[in-house]
Every structure is written in C-alpha cells, then in structure tokens.
Ligand binder design. Sequence first.
Ligand SMILES: NC(=O)C1=CN([C@@H]2O[C@H](COP(=O)(O)OP(=O)(O)OC[C@H]3O[C@@H](n4cnc5c(N)ncnc54)[C@H](O)[C@@H]3O)[C@@H](O)[C@H]2O)[C@@H](O)CC1
Ligand SMILES: Nc1ncnc2c1ncn2[C@@H]1O[C@H](COP(=O)(O)OP(=O)(O)O)[C@@H](O)[C@H]1O
Ligand SMILES: [Mg+2]
Length: 313
Amino acid sequence: MSPALPSSAPVKLRSRASDSHKGSFGRVMLIGGSRGMAGSISLSSIAALKSGSGLVSAAVPDGCLETVASFHPAIMTRPMADDSRGRFAFEAAACIVDELAGVDAVGIGPGMTTAPGSLRMTERLLHQVHVPRVFDADALNALSIIGWREQPVSCRTGKRRDESESDQQESGGPEAAGCFGPLVLTPHPGELQRLVGVPAGERQQQIEASQELCRQTGVVVVVKGGPTVVVSADDKYVNTTGNPGMATGGSGDVLTGVITSLLGQGYSCWDAARLGVWVHGHAGDLARQEHGIVSMTALEILQSLPAAWSGLT
Ligand SMILES: NC(=O)C1=CN([C@@H]2O[C@H](COP(=O)(O)OP(=O)(O)OC[C@H]3O[C@@H](n4cnc5c(N)ncnc54)[C@H](O)[C@@H]3O)[C@@H](O)[C@H]2O)[C@@H](O)CC1
Ligand SMILES: Nc1ncnc2c1ncn2[C@@H]1O[C@H](COP(=O)(O)OP(=O)(O)O)[C@@H](O)[C@H]1O
Ligand SMILES: [Mg+2]
C-alpha cells in the first residue's frame, strides 16, 4: 500500500521528470499593475514563479516597469503603452494578443485600474485569447463595466456578431457554455456583487449565482472567503485551508499567480482552481504559524509558498 498523502490536497501534484527543462512547466504572463499598485502584479508574478512556472513575464504600464522589475530578478517585464498616469493606455490593448504568442496561460487584473486601456485589454483577453486565463480584481470590474455577457460574440470565431452574422445560428448565444474558453474568475464578495448583482453579505446566494454563471458561460468561479468555495457548472469544492489572517491586502494577488501557474502547467481550470486555493490557504496557515494572525501579510504568504508546495512533493 502506498503511504498516505501528507495532506488533504484535492488534486495530486504532478511529478517532474529528471530531464525536465523550463519549457516543460509552462510560460505564463501576468498583466496588470499601475503607478501606486505595482506591488499587486509583482505579488502575482512572483507567486507564479514560486508555484513552478518555467518562465514568468509581467506586462505592465511602462511607468511602473522599473518598480515591478526590481522585486525579483527572474521575472521578465514587458513595457506596455502608458496613458501618462501610469495606467494602460488604449494602445496597449492593440498589441496584447501578439505579446501572448507562445504563452501557456495568462492572469490579468491585479492593480490594473479600470482606465479605458484596461477595459479594452480585458475585452481582448476575453474574446481574442484562447489560452487558459485567470481574471481577477480590475479585470472582473472591467467585465462588470463592459457588460460582457450581453455582448454578441461568436464562440467559434471570437468575432462580434455584427462582424459575422452567420455565426449567430451556430454558437447558441453569447452565454453558451464554454463560450469564453478556459477561464477562471477569482472574485472577492465585493467584486462578485458587481459581477452578478447579489449583495456581498449574501454568501449562499452569491455561490448559487456563481454556479448559474458557470452553467451559462462554462467558466470556473473561485468565490473567495473563509472558506473559499470553487464552483463549476455541476460541482462545488469547499476549501479546507486558510485563516482570517489572510484578510490583508495583496493576499488575493498571490492566489492569482498560483492559479495562473497551474493553468500554464496544464492543469484544467477546475483542478488549477481547487489546488490553487488549497495551497494558497496552506501557505496562509504556515505564515500564521510563523508570524501570527495579526502581523502576517501577503508577503509572508508568498514566502510560505515553497514550504506549502514542499509538503505536496
Ligand atoms: N499592493 C497592491 O498594489 C495592492 C493592490 N490591490 C488592488 O487594489 C485594487 C482595488 O481592489 P480592492 O479589492 O481593494 O477594492 P474593491 O473595491 O474591489 O474591494 C473592496 C471592497 O469589497 C468588499 N469586500 C471585499 N472582500 C469582502 C468580503 N470578504 N466580504 C464582504 N465584502 C468584501 C468590501 O466592500 C470592500 O470595501 C485592485 O486593482 C487590486 O488588485 C489590492 O490587491 C491590494 C494590494
Ligand atoms: N477570513 C478568511 N479566511 C480565509 N481566507 C481568507 C479570509 N479572508 C480573506 N481570505 C483570503 O484572502 C484572499 C483575499 O483576496 P482579495 O480580497 O482579492 O485580496 P487582495 O485583492 O487584497 O489581494 C482570498 O484568497 C481569500 O479567500
Ligand atoms: Mg483581489
């Protein structure tokens, strides 16, 4: 009989072959940040690196590139057009699809703001990019602002219906399951309220509305909280790790990087979301042991990821 797993992780961690190379574990890109919120996308990017991605790039407004680049020497940075206030300019969206060539998974939103360039960037990522994606923070706010579910988009071609009327019959409507490709949404209750219209205090109703959203669109939703619940069209997973010390700015940004990394390593949206929230909460529990529930910060959660992952290997 094989020894019991050292944990109750919901998904088994894949082993690494001895001839593995950095291309074996996925190339991921994190998109976001702005002047004043450079830390958020840095936390996400470093979390992806610490979760096993082979190569991690951060696409950020040019005005905060040096700040993001200075946090970790292994993160590559891509300077994107800046609106001169340290936010994505509209032109940044024009080249984002090309920037993503060869990328296995992408996470977008932390610290991004909802400036016009960010809204356009989110729209592009939703309709024109088909690799697995994580939408967090301002990418979720952007979805709420652009009315993403009402937009008539062909699942097959990714084109607006007015560009291709003939798609209308085939795609089954803008909300057809799977319409948006592999996509994980990671809202906290405030973001979920904007997204589905159910008040942040109504947790059970928010979970039910999230599942309805999954049925209509094929996305996986991570309903953050204590405990976090991962929802798909036909299943729910209640996470068993984490603690209230994680109610501190930036802890969700870390989660975005973890899940993006797992998507880039080939895990499905459902598995990446469940394993991601589990290991993120486990890192939070280790940070609590070492630093205490009052003083732990997102930085300590990030720094606890290696120990959290080690427990699974
Ligand atoms: N170091 C950084 O640069 C950081 C930047 N951040 C960025 O700051 C921007 C704003 O994000 P925020 O999430 O702070 O702002 P939001 O306005 O989206 O969320 C804050 C509000 O949401 C509600 N809410 C959140 N969690 C809740 C819960 N568990 N139960 C009930 N209500 C809840 C509350 O009303 C709260 O005031 C984003 O771009 C985000 O990525 C944050 O991630 C924090 C760290
Ligand atoms: N009371 C709690 N118990 C367990 N986990 C929590 C608790 N409060 C917050 N968290 C976790 O911390 C993270 C907070 O995410 P989020 O609100 O997006 O933070 P930020 O945007 O500041 O990075 C989520 O993963 C959430 O599940
Ligand atoms: Mg957040």
